[in-house]
Design a protein around this ligand. Structure first.
Ligand SMILES: NC(=O)C1=CN([C@@H]2O[C@H](COP(=O)(O)OP(=O)(O)OC[C@H]3O[C@@H](n4cnc5c(N)ncnc54)[C@H](OP(=O)(O)O)[C@@H]3O)[C@@H](O)[C@H]2O)C=CC1
Ligand SMILES: O=C(CO)COP(=O)(O)O
Length: 320
């Protein structure tokens, strides 16, 4: 049962490294032939994950057809690019076990990664691997625990296959909860970063995280998620990591908005497009999501960070 990791960004590279430390049949695929040749020669991905060395057993390839011969395929490209990628390569990905390793809601369709796979390639077993983990930690072999969600029949073999001595996977059949927890926490991480960047303080950040978790629960449960999943690694766990670490790109992006400093526009910040997508979803389903709406309004330049915080704090008083 071989594994291919499609997408050699920071996270795809980290997953490929840790998996190929434990097994010999892992391929890391990237679309850029020049980048692949460089990785094959240097045995590292200096552009996306500097310092992490590739195990000898890891195959790096730009041949998508060959990579898609694997039974299990990890999709590690940004959420907003996933649907087009699946459409373009549907015949290669037919009938496979496809594990989304991205976090977000597609702005065009309002679908999370599992739903995007299911709607594009219905013959595939659509799963998601998500939870609190920085690529650098995974590549360094530091202890990490993640949630694997998907159809019951494929979960146990997949859990076995993707767990390593440092990477502990828990399974759930609640794909809705797992994909929404991972997507929505990024928006709250932007808000947390903005609160810290603007100088509102640690207490304000704790309020944003907690009330952010309340609105994540409101939307996700309305869409079918289980509260237990949201309280687990893919929800609360990842919210805690991302809202409190300057290593998070979503947090740092929010920090730059709050502090009015520059941010590298080439970095993947999933929460930015997801804020707008989730704000649209919340409106459609009649769910109150004031923090997500505030992030979407800041990004659309309808509000400043200070105006957003003033509006949030002045909302009508109510029961918790
Ligand atoms: N970094 C992390 O610590 C973690 C990231 N994640 C999630 O993983 C996902 C990917 O993030 P990450 O790896 O960090 O992002 P990066 O920005 O490091 O890399 C993105 C990768 O996706 C590739 N890519 C983009 N568009 C396409 C496309 N249309 N076809 C093929 N490949 C494409 C890029 O290729 P190219 O270089 O050619 O542009 C690049 O290799 C995100 O959803 C993120 O939330 C989850 C947990 C941890
Ligand atoms: O999802 C992550 C941690 O679990 C990575 O966070 P960022 O995408 O914000 O860097």
């Amino acid at each position: 049962m071989s594994i291919s990791v499609l997408g050699a960004g920071a996270f795809g590279t980290a997953l490929a490294i840790t998996l190929s430390n434990a097994r010999t049949d892992v391929t890391l695929w990237a679309r850029d032939e020049v980048a692949v040749k460089t990785m094959q020669t240097t045995r590292m991905n200096a552009a996306r994950l500097p310092k992490a060395r590739f195990p000898k057993t890891l195959t790096v390839s730009s041949d998508l057809e060959a990579a898609c011969q694997a039974e299990t395929i990890l999709l590690v490209i940004p959420t907003q690019k996933l649907a087009a990628f699946l459409h373009s390569h549907a015949t290669l990905l037919d009938v496979k076990t496809l594990v989304a390793c991205c976090k977000g809601v597609d702005l065009a369709t309002g679908l999370g990664p599992v739903q995007t796979i299911a709607s594009t390639i219905p013959s595939a077993q659509a799963c998601i691997l998500t939870g609190p983990s920085f690529a650098v930690d995974i590549a360094a072999g530091l202890p990490t625990a993640l949630t694997l969600a998907g159809p019951k029949n494929c979960l146990e073999p997949l859990q076995e296959m993707l767990s390593t001595p440092a990477l502990r996977l828990y399974w759930t059949t609640d794909t809705v909860g797992a994909e929404l927890g991972g997507a929505l926490k990024n928006v709250i991480a932007i808000a947390s970063g903005a609160a810290i960047g603007a100088g509102f303080g640690e207490s304000a950040r704790a309020a944003v995280m907690t009330r952010g978790y309340a609105e994540i629960q409101r939307l996700a449960i309305a869409l079918g998620a289980k509260p237990k999943t949201l309280a687990g690694l893919s929800g609360f766990g990842d919210l805690a990591l991302t809202c409190t670490s300057a290593r998070s790109r979503n947090f740092s992006f929010g920090f730059a908005l709050g502090a009015k400093t520059e941010f590298d526009s080439g970095l993947t910040v999933e929460g930015a497009k997801t804020a707008e997508a989730v704000s649209n979803l919340a409106k459609k389903h009649g769910i109150d999501m004031p923090i997500t709406n505030a992030v979407a309004a800041i990004l659309a330049q309808r509000l400043t960070v200070s105006q957003a915080m003033e509006a949030l704090i002045a909302r009508p008083l109510k029961e918790e």
